[in-house]
Design a protein around this ligand. Structure first.
Ligand SMILES: Cc1ncc(COP(=O)(O)O)c(C=O)c1O
Length: 476
């Protein structure tokens, strides 16, 4: 009998009717059905899945409706020029790296970067210098980059050509970007921002400031993560110092030549939505988020982290949390991964988990019933289901870099057991997914600390790219 595994899988998922606290930002279509304009797109979506037919525009050489919509996008976000991306922030990150740097350039990049940034570093043959993260001792979540380390690196490496920062990180935590941008401008080096999770920033004063407004050179945002836009859609915003000819080339090179108008239309709509309804709906979203955060925080076993918690623990000026995101923390002895699984069984789709936290992405399209479902599930959670041996493995130092990441591509490699890998040079990226942040990069030494952490993650059944069973690839 002919089978349809993917089509069946989609139908099964829809049937579960989970409360949507994950991507995409339209939350199962609600974001389109919210307005008359959105409904028009929603009901035309499949028939609107066309590409450059006569009378429509060409994304790779926009002169008509795409050009007009890009100008509206640029005006709304306050950029010099803005682009629609149909291959996600992944393509935007690659394009901004290729536009801004040349082979062999040294750059400062935070370790807490997405895979696409690291892939760009390898493909463009850059020499990365990593800034350490600050991991909260209380909540075991990455709260910021270590600014002291950042300034130390800047003074030690006067020849860096640019800085790449993730703003916010997956947890919604924002560094003091203003200071970093000022520093970059002072040194006349470029500052690139992966703002995949920040497309809604700046729409209300209660949210963090948009990286575009803060003056970054290039900012990439996933429209699909927080806005009512289809999966895969993203924006790229360029500032005054960017070589537009080069940027046009690289964006085009990393983009399909058959962009769907369904994707393009949804990006146009997401901007329209923010412009016309963004402020009032985000206000309402933050209000209900606060109300339920306070309610959930009265439960003994769960704590949703707030801006105040972060500032109380770190006391570092300028850190800001996007409070349209929930980080639900469990106490040591319980597992964030098991909580995520439990919530899914209760019909609640979260975004991701780590050892002690579960991250939820909220949007104006989450209704009171979603929050109530979450609250009830947490309230009635049998805590014994979440018991896990939390073994804290602290990575005090970043692994030592022996080879540049791009140099590894040309080397011969072999698979070895993790238990025999200590002291060897890793041949690929080892990335727990989510959040997609490399523990070990190609060319770095596999030390005892990293191996211990990988072993813990395997036991906790976390998906780890770059580890096959209990083996890893090392340089021969
Ligand atoms: C920080 C960050 N940057 C970039 C990306 C890639 O975005 P996209 O999935 O839109 O390609 C992600 C995806 O999770 C991300 O979390």
């Amino acid at each position: 009998l002919a089978r349809l595994p993917i089509v069946d899988g989609i139908a099964r998922y829809i049937e579960e009717d989970n409360a949507p606290f994950s991507m995409p930002g339209h939350k199962g279509g609600r974001g389109f059905l919210f307005t008359e304009e959105g409904k028009r797109l929603y009901y035309n979506l499949i028939r609107g899945d066309i590409t450059e037919v006569e009378g429509m525009d060409n994304l790779h050489n926009a002169e008509g409706i795409i050009k007009e919509a890009s100008e509206l996008l640029s005006e709304f976000y306050g950029s010099k020029k803005s682009y629609f991306l149909v291959n996600g922030s992944t393509s935007g990150n690659l394009a901004m790296i290729f536009t801004s740097f040349s082979e062999g350039d040294k750059i400062i990049v935070e370790r807490n970067c997405h895979r696409s940034i690291f892939n760009g570093i390898i493909m463009r043959k850059l020499r990365p210098i990593y800034v350490k993260n600050i991991i909260s001792k209380k909540y075991n979540a990455p709260f910021s980059i270590d600014m002291e380390h950042f300034f130390q690196l800047l003074s030690e490496h006067e020849d860096v050509k640019g800085i790449i920062i993730t703003y916010p990180n997956y947890y919604g935590v924002c560094v003091d970007l203003k200071i970093i941008i000022e520093e970059a401008k002072k040194r006349k080096i470029c500052i690139l921002i992966d703002s995949a999770h920040g497309a809604h920033f700046g729409i209300d004063e209660a949210l963090p400031e948009s990286a575009v407004n803060l003056g970054a050179d290039i900012v990439v945002m996933s429209a699909h993560k927080t806005l009512p836009s289809l999966t895969q859609t993203a924006y790229l915003h360029a500032g005054n110092n960017v070589d537009i000819k080069k940027l046009n080339f690289y964006i085009s090179a990393f983009t399909s030549t058959s962009p769907s108008y369904a994707l393009l239309g949804s990006m146009d709509y997401a901007r329209f939505f923010l412009e016309t309804k963004g402020k009032e709906t985000y206000r309402a979203c933050l209000k209900i988020a606060k109300r339920y955060r306070e309610k959930i925080n009265q439960l003994e076993d769960f704590h949703i982290i707030s801006n105040k918690d972060i500032n109380d623990e770190l006391n570092i000026k300028g850190i800001n949390l996007d409070e349209s995101r929930y980080i639900i923390n469990v106490q040591k002895g319980y597992s964030g991964h098991l909580l995520l699984r439990y919530l899914r069984e209760k019909g609640i789709q979260c975004e991701m988990s780590d050892e002690l936290n579960v991250v939820l992405i909220l949007s104006p399209f989450n209704i009171e019933a979603d929050f109530e479902k979450l609250y009830q599930a947490l309230k009635t959670c049998p805590m014994e289901l979440l018991v896990d041996q939390f073994k804290e493995v602290v990575i005090s130092e970043l692994p030592k870099m022996i080879l540049q990441p791009f140099e590894v591509m040309e080397k011969r490699h072999k698979a070895v057991k993790l238990s025999e890998a200590a002291g060897k040079v890793c041949a690929n990226s080892i990335v727990p997914y989510p959040p997609g942040i490399p523990l070990v990069m190609p060319g770095e030494l596999l030390d005892e600390e990293s191996i211990a952490l990988i072993e813990v993650l395997i036991k906790q059944q976390v998906t780890i790219l770059g580890v096959d069973g209990d083996t890893v690839l090392v340089i021969e």
